[in-house]
Ligand binder design. Structure first.
Ligand code: 2M8
Length: 448
């Protein structure tokens, strides 16, 4: 029904509105993920936001990455939240309890886990955008990239050292929040091992105040588990050696691993383009990229190409099909015939080509899957930021027609100008937060 969506805006108006969202959410040195629900900086949101900002002001885009990198822990981890002074989000810095952790830089409060490593992808994209703007902007972006390359390398080294699973090679996550797809059905089986203890300190959820309907968010039982893992992290003093061996949630994540592979490629490319003298580091990045690709390939079903996560507590392959199962397409992990089969499935009627969808892009979970819920967060809705990632990957692969198609359909999704966090796939109704910064950012990248 049309009353669930505002009418489509023409591209110039849409671009102006997207720019206004980024400006309105800008605190000066960081753009919050959204005004009400997420009043802080999130790690992977910041990368996409920086890409959007680059279309408005390259210098401001670089500041965004600088702010994030200035919160990098001394061991290399980029934390998943950099906190502002806002108190309307839970769990805030006190609950994370990272103030006494020696790796955390003293001037800024952060969470104590990470998110998908898309930052090198963003930096390379920003350098590209700058090349289309002006000579001064190229100079700025390249100088910045040369200065921050070592920090991004250290971030990747942290992942390779502490999170590349010895058994399957996938990047290990220790909290669903690290995947960015918090309550995806991918994590239902691994979360079944997480049994909150009686000593879980009490808490009040604030996220439900930021949405129209609590059914668009994770359940209370899920939140108890999320909070219990924070207790376990605190008790392990956020020690990167201890955490991946002891937490009750330990999963090899195919999607994060695929992104790590292409982000390593991008750091290698940047080193070449900028003539950086770092031969050993470049060699390591190549090795990590190759290992990550192998691990993704290994996690793929030999008949369908669908890739599955690995529950590292019991060695189980989690056979839940979500959009993450198409991760091999992001990093070209499969032989051509299998890749073709996987792509046909992704664009076919169970996924992006579902005949009843408002926009022909992949949902987070297909309506044909048992865990599907059209309105609940990472359990069914379409996410513009994921559409961007896939269309961007298609473009890199040289599949330009497909990339253009997903961009057009992505724009159809966001054309109501509300910049929803996610969208109900059949009606196109915006759900979750509105004025979501990364939605505005990818809209700008599509339009500019
Ligand atoms: C969502 O996650 C946060 C926790 O990190 C939350 O629900 O409170 C996810 O969609 C995540 O991927 C995203 O980075 C974050 C901010 O947009 O919100």
């Amino acid at each position: 029904p049309t009353d669930l969506r505002a009418p489509e805006l023409p591209p110039t108006t849409l671009a102006a509105r997207a720019a206004a969202v980024l400006r309105d959410n800008d605190t000066g040195t960081l753009v919050t993920a959204s005004p009400k629900l997420y009043p802080h900086m999130w790690s992977w949101d910041a990368a996409f936001i920086a890409i959007g900002l680059a279309h408005l002001d390259v210098n401001r885009a670089l500041t965004e990455l600088d702010t994030l990198l200035s919160a990098q822990w001394s061991d290399g981890m980029i934390p998943h939240i950099v906190f502002t002074d806002a108190t309307s989000y839970f769990p805030g810095p006190d609950r994370w309890g990272t103030d006494s952790v020696p790796q955390r830089p003293p001037h800024v409060r952060t969470s104590g886990i990470c998110q998908p490593p898309v930052h090198a992808i963003a930096l390379r994209r920003i350098v590209d955008i700058a090349r289309h703007v002006s000579r001064d902007d190229v100079e700025l972006a390249e100088t910045f990239a040369a200065r921050t390359w070592p920090a991004l390398y250290r971030w990747h080294r942290w992942l390779a050292r502490h999170r590349m699973s010895e058994s399957c090679g996938l990047i290990t996550i220790v909290h669903g929040w690290e995947s960015g797809m918090d309550n995806s059905p991918r994590w239902d089986a691994p979360y079944a091992h997480v049994q909150p203890g009686p000593d879980l300190p009490p808490y009040v959820r604030l996220d439900l105040l930021g949405v129209d309907d609590p059914n668009e968010r994770p359940s209370d039982a899920e939140y108890d588990r999320y909070l219990w893992l924070i207790e376990q992290l605190r008790r392990a003093d956020y020690d990167p050696e201890v955490v991946p061996k002891t937490l009750d949630f330990r999963v090899g994540d195919v999607f994060t691993t695929a992104l790590f592979a292409i982000a390593c490629d991008d750091l290698v490319e940047l080193a070449h383009e900028l003539s950086l003298d770092a031969p050993d580091e470049v060699a390591e990045l190549r090795t990590w990229a190759a290992h990550a690709r192998e691990a993704v390939a290994h996690s793929a079903d030999p008949d369908t190409g669908l890739a599955f996560d690995k529950d590292l507590r019991n060695g189980d392959t989690t056979r839940t099909t979500t959009v993450a199962a198409f991760s091999p397409l992001l990093c070209s992990a499969l032989p051509e015939h299998l890749e073709h089969r996987l792509l046909t499935h992704l664009t076919g009627p169970a996924w992006a080509g579902h005949p009843k969808f408002h926009a022909a892009v992949a949902p987070s979970v297909s309506p044909t899957e048992p865990g599907f819920d059209a309105r609940r967060y990472w359990r069914g809705p379409q996410w513009p930021v994921l559409v961007w990632l896939f269309s961007f990957a298609f473009q890199r692969r040289g599949w330009t027609g497909l990339a253009r198609n997903w961009r057009e359909q992505g724009l159809r999704l966001v054309a109501d100008g509300s910049f929803g966090e996610y969208y109900e796939p059949f009606t196109g109704e915006p759900l979750g937060s509105t004025q979501q910064s990364w939605t505005a950012a990818v809209t700008l990248d599509w339009l500019c």
